[in-house]
Each structure stands twice: as structure tokens, then as C-alpha cells.
Design a protein around this ligand. Structure first.
Ligand code: BDP
Length: 700
């Protein structure tokens, strides 16, 4: 098993008794397909049943037996009132209902929906029941997405490098498109659809204007045609200066009539080829990307101009709030809020502002972004990073659902208690707004898609949480383990616990207690707390940790940059006050004395050392657990994970020793007794050459 099949391997149900029950209940099928989506759904169902149960159900017309009915409600011809229309309506445009019913005295199962896509999702939902070995005797499942736009952002370049990609090259082979459709595109769409993802931005936010030329639009059209049966729309990242770059205009001023016309024409052209094209993603005035500010126009001016071009075709603009530039006065964490909050209410209704989960940049831990809750009249789409740019690339096992959930469950207090980020981005306080969640994809050409076998769980978890952010990290982890590997409890339980712990472990050996942005310069791989000579102040680690002989941490309280004041008063006060600020965010908000007494009773220095050692030790624990799992997983997968864990351990030790030794030069205190001393002096770690990653961006 090389991992290619992801969580759709449909392994044989090992529990013989259960398998026999399934076969009994699923021997007869009524599923009239016809449309490409229904054909795909039917095919998936048959492949799944064949794989799990060696079952080829018999197609029947009349429900004389225990039958599985699959179809949109209007086509099922079930006896009247089997399922009330009002219930089916609850499924919306993409959801589904799975229900046990009795017809002609026979126990039957119905998978129904209002749309073909709903049926496809329903089939995946049903297969998941079997994959996770649930009883299917009494079913009553209503599922529908809580978020409208559930989108993967691929940072893929036209030359097939992937910015911050660690799983090979881009899966899009632009050279062979549009003529050649790789099976991978179809499997990508299947896997994405199986967790409810409904959009794909196929190119890098640091966009190439060539993407909008007719030649490339033909290729994009081929992808759109491939994804369409799976309910996945294609979006494009666009470069704001495209009217100049490929349109021959002298300006890209969003208020210039020729520019406005150019984008209108371009949108019309795209929709002629791709009638259900999703829209544009834009990174503007950030990290050197062109944008409306060059013409003294605002983000809203830029976004609205594009939104007007897309509106007649129902397209949307995802306008990123990840902005910072050289003029940041002192604290980069404040810039997005400062630029965007004053624009609340000024965006057209088909613009959604895409905000990273935290105010800096996908760090192992950040507080939630202060823009959540601060723009009540603007749709905000949360952006998570699945690719592990700051989490050890594809060598570290880091299950990210707990990171996503931590942010989603944070209470912004914007509308009083209970104004969690999840409630804000699902439109609870303003149901008129469009809603969205984006995940920066971790997918590449590696045979197992994501580099690390466990990184597939992050793609999976992203889809599940975008569908419904209330789901728990634990459930999602267990489902993924069962679907991907095996249902055996002796494997599932330890794997689930490894996964749930993994993110905190990584925080501990990289950036405990609110430290952030202390990784290697440019590559963002490995430790670099000493980095102080990058091209710009706010690319230096020293800018963020501010270690000195007195203490360590970035003072963002009212006596410092006052970034804490960007949060609502209850949150601000919590962060502002050293005694109420959670340990997790301590050094994010405060410059703390080395001898400060922590909640643990230890001094800050001792506590920090403890976290670094705990983090590295936890990787050792993880290795021990994995070593016991050889009997449960395929040999190739076992070896892959085993080797990667060894790399991760080496990296964790490196992080630990580098940071402890480096910060010790300021703290001037010994590593407390009982901890193993680093094997080498600081100079060794400073000189260590970490992997130079291919395909990284032009920044930092
Ligand atoms: C940073 C990456 C950079 C991206 C940027 C972004 O280092 O490569 O272009 O985010 O999100 O994390 O635009």
C-alpha cells in the first residue's frame, strides 16, 4: 500500500459477523443514475461495496426485499409520506438524508437529497458508516454544510513548483492539459468531495498573469470539466496588475474605466468556457504583490471592481487580508486589522475577505485573528494552512484539527459571550453574509499525495470541519484512522491519541509559551531563533522574541504595541493582564522576566526548558507507540512513518537544543538538573545547514 488511495481504500470489513449483516441489508439496490454526478456516486458506491464486502448488489425496480434506495427525492417513487418533503428540504443544495424505513414490511435504507451533489455526498456519508463499521440497522442522519464556500487553495505555480509544498511537484500538469486528464485529477476530486470540499483555487496566490490568457484558460476549463461531477468549482488566483501584464493597458487602477472593462470582458470570457466558474482569489498589496493601494485606492475599491465583473455570473471574490509591508510601524501583527476594519460594510455582497486564523502567519500557535468579530457587516472567510510550512514540512506528524478547532472555538465576545470564531464565520450573527473556509493545500505529486502518510489527515479534517466546524478533532481523527488503515481498536486508540497530542508536542519543541516566528529564515524549516539579519526587520526571529537579559517576549499589551487592544474588551483584558493571560499566549503578549513565577510554580526559564524537553520527549513516546503497530499496517506504510518519525525526532532535538542554548545566552541560567545536556554547543546548531526546500516563494 503506497497511500495513494487515501481514506478511500475501502478495505474489507474484517468483522465477519458485521460484514454478513451488511451484506444482508445491502443485497438489493435501486439507484437510477444518469447524470455525471449520479454516475460518479453510483460507481463510488459499487466500488466501496465491492472492496469492503465483495458485494455486487442486485439492481431491482420494486422494493420486494430489503433494499438500498439512492436518489433525489423526486426520482425515488417511494410510497407517499415515507419521508416528509419538509425533512428533505432541510438538506439544502448539498446535504443529504440517510434513513431506515419500512416499505412493504421490508426494512430498507434510503439515501436521498434535493440535488445530485447531495446524493454524491450522501453516498460518501453512507460508505463512511461502513468504513468505520457502524451498525446500519436504524439510521436517521441529516447532514448539510454550515459553510458555503469550502475551498482548497493550491499555491501551485505554472512551472509545477509549489510554494511551500512538501509533497513533490504540482499535481496540475499544465503542459499536458487540456488534452490529457490525469486519473489523479479525478481521484483528487473524489477525495475532496468525499469530505464536502466544493472549491479549488488551482494556482498560487502569488499569481502569474499568464493564468488568464486564453491558452491557460483552456487548461483550466479541462480541470473544471473534470471536477464538475464532484461538485467542485474551479477558482483562480489573479494578479491585480493583469490588465497591464497581459492586457496592454497602462494602469490597473480599479476606478479606471478601461481597467473595469478589461476585467468585465475577462470574466465574460472565462464564463463562456466555464459557466460555473467560482471566482477570483486575490493577494494584493502584500509581500510585494500589486494592488489598488498603488493608485491610492482601498482594498474595497479593488475587490468591488472585480466583484462587479463576476456578479452577473454569480462568481465571488476572495480578497485576502494577509497584508503587511515595509511600512509597518513596530508591530506587524496589527496591520491587517488596521487596514481592513475601517472598510467594514464597504465590500460588495459577493466579496469575502479571507483572513488567516492568526494575525501573523500560520505559526504553530497564534491567538485568533482580531478581525474575527471586528467586521460584523463583512463576510469573513477563515484561511488555514494545511501544508506544514511552519510545522516541520512533511517530515513531522502534526494532526492539525486541534489547531483549527482552537481557533474556531475561541470566543471573540464581539456579540457578547458565545461569539466564537466558528459562529462568526458561519454567519450566525448576520445570516445575509456569504460564508467560507479555505485551506492551503498540502497536496502534491508524491504517490501518497501529502508526503507524510498522516498529513492526509489534515486534508481530510479540513474538509470535515469546513462542512461542520462543530465536529470534534477526536471523532475526525478516529474516522480517518479507521478509513485509512484499520478499525482494530488496538490500533485506532493509540493512533487517535498520538494525533490529538501531536500539535501540542510540536508547539512544545518549536514555540512554547507563545513564542513565534523563530524558525529558519527563507525555508522556514528548522530552528532559527538567532536570525537577525533578514531583509526586513519583521522577518527576523529577534523581532518576535525580543530576548534580553531581563526576559523574553513581545510586549503587545498597552505598555507595548497595544495589539491586545484590537480584541474585544473581555479578550483584551485577559491578554493584557499578565496574571490572566493563558500560558499558551504569554510571550505573544508580554515581555516576561526570566524569574517570573509561572502557573506551574517554576520560573519562566525553567518552565520554558521544561516545555522544550517535554516536546522532544513526546516524539520519542510517539516512536515507541508506532513501533508496536507493525502488525496492524501495511509494511510500506509502517516503514515510511517509522523513518519519518526518526527524522522528526532529530528535528525536535535540534529545535530543543538550539532554542534552549540560544535563549540561555540571555537568561544566564543553568538548564535545571535532571534534563539531558545538549550534545553540542550552540555554535554547532547555528551552523547546521537545514534542508533547502525546493519551490519556496520569493519572500523572506
Ligand atoms: C507565507 C508564506 C509565503 C506566502 C504567504 C501568503 O511564507 O510563501 O506567499 O504566506 O500567505 O506564510 O501569501
Amino acid at each position: 500500500d503506497n497511500g495513494y488511495k487515501l481514506w478511500l481504500g475501502y478495505h474489507a470489513v474484517a468483522d465477519k459477523k458485521l460484514a454478513a449483516q451488511y451484506v444482508q441489508q445491502l443485497r438489493y439496490l435501486k439507484f437510477t443514475a444518469g447524470s455525471p454526478t449520479l454516475n460518479a456516486a453510483r460507481e463510488e458506491l459499487l466500488v466501496g461495496l465491492e472492496g469492503m464486502l465483495s458485494l455486487k448488489p442486485q439492481d431491482i425496480e420494486k422494493p420486494n426485499y430489503s433494499t438500498l434506495f439512492v436518489g433525489v427525492s423526486s426520482s425515488l417513487n417511494l410510497p407517499k409520506n415515507t419521508i416528509a418533503q419538509s425533512e428533505i428540504q432541510q438538506t439544502g443544495k448539498e446535504g443529504y438524508l440517510i434513513r431506515s424505513v419500512t416499505i412493504n414490511n421490508k426494512k430498507c435504507i434510503v439515501i436521498t437529497a434535493q440535488t445530485d451533489i447531495g446524493i454524491l455526498h450522501g453516498v460518501f456519508g453512507f460508505l463512511k458508516l461502513l468504513q468505520t463499521q457502524q451498525a446500519i440497522g436504524v439510521l436517521n442522519i441529516l447532514e448539510y454544510p454550515r459553510i458555503m464556500y469550502r475551498v482548497l487553495d493550491h499555491w501551485d505555480n505554472l512551472n509545477r513548483t509549489v510554494e511551500r509544498g512538501y509533497a513533490g511537484s504540482s499535481i496540475w500538469n499544465w503542459h499536458k492539459l487540456p488534452g490529457y486528464i490525469d486519473q489523479r485529477y479525478i481521484d483528487y476530486a473524489r477525495a475532496s468531495a468525499s469530505v464536502g470540499i466544493n472549491g479549488s483555487v488551482v494556482n498560487n496566490v502569488n499569481a502569474n498573469a499568464l493564468m488568464l490568457t486564453p491558452e491557460y484558460l483552456e487548461k483550466v476549463k479541462a480541470l473544471a470539466n473534470t471536477f464538475r461531477p464532484y461538485g467542485i468549482k474551479v477558482y483562480l488566483s489573479v494578479k491585480f496588475s493583469s490588465p497591464i501584464d497581459i492586457g496592454g493597458l497602462k494602469t490597473s487602477d480599479p476606478l479606471d474605466p478601461q481597467v473595469i472593462q478589461w476585467w468585465k470582458d475577462k470574466a465574460d470570457e472565462i464564463y463562456r468556457g466555464i459557466p460555473d466558474f467560482g471566482g477570483f482569489l486575490v493577494k494584493a498589496n502584500s509581500e510585494g504583490q500589486p494592488g489598488p493601494q498603488a493608485y491610492k485606492r482601498s482594498h474595497a475599491d479593488g475587490a468591488n471592481m472585480l466583484a462587479d465583473a463576476l456578479a452577473p455570473h454569480n462568481g465571488i471574490v476572495m480578497w485576502r487580508a494577509f497584508v503587511y509591508d515595509n511600512n509597518v510601524p513596530y508591530d506587524r501583527a496589527k496591520q491587517a486589522y488596521n487596514e481592513f476594519k475601517p472598510l467594514d460594510g464597504q465590500f460588495k455582497s459577493n466579496v469575502i475577505v479571507q483572513v488567516k486564523n492568526g494575525p501573523i502567519d500560520f505559526q504553530p500557535r497564534e491567538p485568533f485573528h482580531p478581525l474575527f468579530g471586528a467586521m460584523p457587516n463583512t463576510p469573513l472567510m477563515i484561511e488555514f494552512q494545511l501544508t506544514q510550512e511552519y510545522l516541520g514540512f512533511s517530515t513531522n506528524l502534526v494532526y492539525e484539527a486541534p489547531l483549527f478547532k482552537e481557533c474556531l472555538e475561541s470566543d471573540t465576545y464581539a456579540m457578547g459571550k458565545g461569539s466564537t470564531v466558528a459562529n462568526i464565520i458561519t454567519g450566525k450573527f448576520n445570516p445575509k453574509l456569504i460564508t467560507g473556509m479555505a485551506g492551503v493545500a498540502n497536496i502534491g505529486s508524491d504517490v501518497n499525495w501529502c508526503g507524510h502518510p498522516f498529513a492526509q489527515a489534515n486534508w481530510y479534517a479540513f474538509g470535515r470541519l469546513a462542512w461542520n466546524p462543530a465536529q470534534s478533532s477526536a471523532t475526525i481523527a478516529a474516522d480517518w484512522v479507521k478509513m485509512t488503515f484499520t478499525n482494530q481498536p488496538a490500533f485506532v486508540a493509540p493512533m487517535q491519541s498520538i494525533m490529538l497530542q501531536s500539535r501540542e508536542n510540536t508547539v512544545n519543541y518549536m514555540t512554547p509559551l507563545g513564542l513565534h516566528h523563530i524558525m529558519g529564515v527563507n525555508t522556514h524549516y528548522g530552528p532559527g531563533p538567532w536570525v537577525d539579519n533578514a531583509g526586513r526587520a519583521d522577518w527576523n526571529a529577534t523581532y518576535y522574541h525580543k530576548a534580553d537579559s531581563a526576559g523574553i517576549g513581545f510586549n503587545r499589551s498597552s505598555t507595548g504595541s497595544n495589539a491586545a487592544a484590537q480584541y474585544q474588551p473581555p479578550v483584551r483584558d485577559m491578554f493584557e493582564n499578565l496574571t490572566t493571560c493563558p500560558d499558551e499566549y504569554l510571550l505573544w503578549f508580554h515581555h516576561v522576566r526570566w524569574d517570573h513565577k509561572m502557573r506551574s510554580g517554576k520560573t519562566l526559564w525553567d518552565d520554558m526548558v521544561h516545555h522544550y524537553y517535554m516536546g522532544a520527549d513526546s516524539v520519542k513516546q510517539m516512536q515507541r507507540t508506532w513501533d508496536k503497530m507493525a502488525g496492524y499496517v501495511d509494511k510500506e506504510q509502517f516503514q515510511t512513518v517509522k523513518q519519518l518519525m526518526a527524522v522528526q525526532y532529530d528535528e525536535a532535538i535540534s529545535w530543543r537544543n538550539s532554542c534552549v542554548l540560544y535563549f540561555q545566552t540571555f537568561a544566564n541560567r543553568p538548564i535545571p538538573a535532571g534534563y539531558q545536556m545538549p550534545a553540542h554547543p550552540l555554535s554547532y546548531y547555528r551552523n547546521r545547514k537545514y534542508l533547502q526546500a525546493p519551490g519556496i516563494g520569493g519572500n523572506q
